[in-house]
Design a protein around this ligand. Structure first.
Ligand code: AMP
Ligand code: MG
Length: 392
């Protein structure tokens, strides 16, 4: 048997097949998780005018320290029309326009009085003045194409006056579970049955990856039913199936996908859990056959599907964002497969594997907030070893 593909090799093949989706206008207010298709450019200088960083008095720094005549007030949104002359002060609030003639603001804590006259301590020129354009200049790129928008990016886009941006449209992803043993949660279990848990899990992962999830429910391990369900799912940009990709006689998914015209790019990857994962394409549709074990599906999504969704949306770096860390306890290494170990990050900076690493143990996995990569090899990885881990 030829060597299995490594995770990186499998991911490279997935990314080769992920073609950028067309872009559309997206309201910034609805842009959370979306990837910019073109650079977003500031419409205004930010701040748009020289503004005060403090509540206090606008002055000429060269006058200070001094007792100054208070000749007006500049409030946020209601700038003073007065021009400041030598020997004068203008009361000012945070965010208000620094009046012409002033070059500094004395914070109120460093003043006394303040009716018609105010005693101010010494300030340096420019102190407590936010210069116009000090954050960004009009015309400059505020968030680049390929960036994924989170709260800070959306705040920046709004601050420079943008109400809409161009983003790749959300990938439409069909989700189909296979398995005659599967029952919907909420119903009662018959002999040999288990609750179907992969579609809710995958749908939540999909939403967080910016995709529109269409859950097609589950089908029994029956050729006609499975074929019909796959055919429906192949209309989407991406079809995710769970189960039915191993070597059992009820594992129908790969054969049926082939009959339906999908071309298999790979089957099986040197990863634990999730080795039987299959990837194929039909036209521009990407098809991931995830193994049914819930933790295998979960991990396969993070390693291969999430990056594919990022690439479809034009993310500049679609690969999983592993972080450096240190392993909290010694772990045996798998000779043939890289392993993704469910773990928790601890206050001491260590990532601590949780108990219960088998691929059916989704309840144990629910305690994890990290996947630690344990590269294949012999012997064990010692406690304290440098490792890469993926935040969940
Ligand atoms: P399979 O990949 O179809 O051989 O399934 C592997 C294991 O995962 C079996 O124990 C299945 O019962 C279980 N399984 C398959 N699909 C699901 C699902 N959607 N939800 C929960 N467990 C599943
Ligand atoms: Mg099955």
């Amino acid at each position: 048997m030829p060597d299995l593909l490594t995770i990186d090799e499998a991911l490279a093949r997935v990314l080769e097949h992920a073609r950028l989706l067309p872009d559309e206008e997206v309201r910034v207010a609805e842009g959370d998780g979306r990837v910019l298709a073109v650079d977003a450019v500031a419409r205004v200088d930010l701040p748009p005018f020289a503004s005060s960083a403090m509540d206090g008095f606008a002055v000429r720094a060269g006058d200070t320290p001094a007792s100054l005549a208070v000749v007006g007030r500049s409030a946020a949104g209601l700038p003073a029309d007065a021009v400041l002359e030598a020997g004068q002060a203008i009361a000012i609030s945070t965010g208000a326009v620094v009046p012409a003639g002033a070059d500094a603001v004395v914070p109120v804590e460093r003043t006394r009085g303040g009716g018609s006259a105010v005693e101010v301590e010494r300030v340096e020129p420019g102190e407590n003045v936010r210069p116009r354009g000090g954050d960004i200049a009009a015309g400059a790129v505020v968030v680049p194409a390929g960036a994924t928008c989170g709260p800070a990016q959306l705040g920046a886009l709004a601050a420079v006056g943008l109400a809409t941006v161009r983003c790749a449209r959300r990938p439409r992803v069909a989700v189909l579970a296979t398995g005659s043993e599967l029952r919907p949660p909420g119903e009662s279990l018959g002999p040999g049955q288990i609750y179907e848990s992969n579609t809710v899990m995958l749908a939540a992962q999909l939403r967080r990856a910016g995709a529109d999830a269409e859950v097609h429910g589950s089908v029994a391990d029956d050729e006609d039913a499975t074929r019909a369900a796959l055919e429906r799912g192949l209309d989407a940009d991406v079809l995710l199936t769970s189960g039915g990709v191993s070597v059992g006689e009820h594992d129908l998914v790969r054969g049926l996908l082939g009959e339906l015209g999908a071309v298999e790019v790979f089957w099986r990857v040197a990863v634990k859990p999730g080795k039987p994962v299959a990837f194929s394409t039909r036209g521009s549709t990407l098809v991931f056959g995830l193994p049914g074990n819930p933790v295998s599906s979960f991990v396969g999504f993070e390693l291969l599907v999430r990056p594919a969704l990022a690439a479809l949306q034009g993310a500049s770096d679609p690969r999983p964002a592993f972080l450096p860390g240190r392993l909290g306890m010694a772990l045996p290494r798998n000779a043939a497969r890289d392993e993704l170990v469910r773990a928790r990050t601890a206050a001491d900076g260590l990532v601590q594997p949780i108990r219960g690493q088998e691929s059916h143990m989704i309840a144990r996995a629910a305690h994890a907030n990290a996947l630690v990569l344990v590269p294949r090899g012999s012997g064990e990885l010692a406690a304290g070893s440098a490792v890469s881990w993926l935040p969940l």
